[in-house]
Design a protein around this ligand. Structure first.
Ligand code: BGC
Length: 395
């Protein structure tokens, strides 16, 4: 069995049905990990000097992090490491405490998906002083003690969303003008501007030429950002925009959302409050189960899928190399045997001006109603449930 699929099946066995089976993307998904920030130390593996890896995830209230936490925990344990896994309820202070506790417990390496990329300086400096390597997981930590960064190509995620809207509206051929709005992510998340810029770079020429109009006038990242990626925050803003700029019958053609939790709020607002009869093109990211239902039902148009199981594979192999004192650069990819693409990038991500963080970047993919089964079911990430909708694999 391929390395990736074996991992997914193993990891999903540790997820409860609720975590695998979905629910609203803004609702906590149950998992085998505690919902509190209390560190959950795994049983020591055999052997005297078993190394311990601290895995700090942001929250269980956004679906994907439950998957990431479970995959990482499962993999590191299977490779013989002790693990400590925390979820910090999207509170920066809590994550600082959680990481501090891990350092006190003598972890050998940290894997951190930061809540606030600028909010971890104290613990990152402590980790640096203690010689504990840190893998910034998915979200870059803006501190030079970030030893490596493992993520997807975040700019490309946004670019894929922009290109989807461009093609769905046939902007190069249709007369237009078309009306669209934007919803971006959390300003504390270093990824969020990458997603937004990738999308905006595709859309801007059409906005500049007048082919695309943004009736709200809100085209700057700060104006369309969503605190903590919350569904309710995205919903509120979308309702306000619809009431202020579309209540007079103005047609809405597309709403570019940076991810699925925000897309969920926008889709709800459009479904309830938009009076027009046309289908609105709405984008997303992550493949959250509730959003996949909306895609199948035609309420959301696409999601950019990132195989987080593969992100965990890269993280484990990188961590092993670091802990064993081996070279961790592009040669890790050639020697890996991974059955997916990954690029080694030493240019794109800076933790402080001029200080680049070596990065391993995986490749995101577009999922629609038409290719959902091919992209998600065939590789084993999801199964088709009894009701015909996709459910995450539960072993
Ligand atoms: C991740 C996205 C996710 C978002 C909210 C970002 O940092 O890259 O996959 O949708 O956080 O959880």
């Amino acid at each position: 069995m391929k390395k990736t699929l074996a991992l997914i099946l193993a990891a999903c066995m540790s997820l409860s049905l609720a975590a695998c089976g979905g629910g609203n993307s803004s609702a906590p998904a149950a998992s085998s990990k505690p919902a509190t920030s209390q560190p959950a130390a795994s049983q020591p593996a055999a052997g005297g000097d078993t190394k311990t890896v601290g895995i700090a995830m942001p929250t269980q209230s956004l679906e994907r992090w439950n998957r990431d936490g479970a995959y990482l925990d499962e993999q590191f344990k299977a490779a013989g490491y002790n693990t400590i896994v925390t979820y910090s309820d999207n509170k920066n202070e809590q994550q600082v405490n959680d990481i501090q506790n891990m350092l006190s417990q003598g972890v050998d390496l940290l894997v951190i998906a930061a809540i606030d990329g600028n909010g971890l300086n104290t613990v990152m400096n402590d980790a640096g002083a203690a010689g504990v390597p840190v893998i910034a997981y998915d979200r870059l930590i803006m501190n030079d003690n970030s030893t490596y960064y493992v993520s997807f190509d975040n700019y490309t995620v946004g670019k894929l969303q922009g290109e989807y809207v461009r093609d769905a509206l046939d902007l190069d051929n249709a007369a237009g003008p078309f009306n669209m709005e934007f919803t971006a992510g959390d300003p504390a998340d270093n990824n969020a501007p990458f997603f937004f810029n990738g999308a905006m770079d595709v859309m801007k020429p059409y906005i500049d030429s007048g082919k695309v109009v943004v009736p709200s006038g809100q085209t700057a990242f700060d104006a369309v950002a969503t605190d903590q990626w919350q569904t309710d925050v995205a919903l509120d803003r979308a309702q306000n925009v619809l009431a202020s700029f579309y209540a007079d019958g103005t047609k809405l053609d597309a709403w570019l959302c940076s991810n699925d939790s925000t897309s969920m709020g926008v889709t709800q607002a459009v479904t309830q409050d938009y009076a027009g009869g046309n289908a609105v093109v709405i984008t997303g990211q992550d493949g959250d189960v509730a959003n996949l239902r909306n895609i199948k039902d035609g309420k959301q148009s696409m999601t950019v899928y990132k195989a987080v199981a593969n992100e965990a594979v890269v993280t484990l192999d990188l961590a092993k190399a670091i802990l064993e004192g081996k070279t961790a650069d592009a040669s890790l990819i050639s020697a890996s045997g991974w059955d997916f693409d990954c690029a080694y990038d030493t240019e794109s991500y800076e933790t402080t001006p001029g200080h680049k963080c070596p990065s391993f970047l995986l490749v995101p993919d577009v999922v629609t109603a038409d290719n959902m089964e091919e992209k998600l079911v065939t590789p084993g990430y999801y199964v088709v449930g009894a009701d015909g909708y996709l459910e995450a694999t539960n072993g």
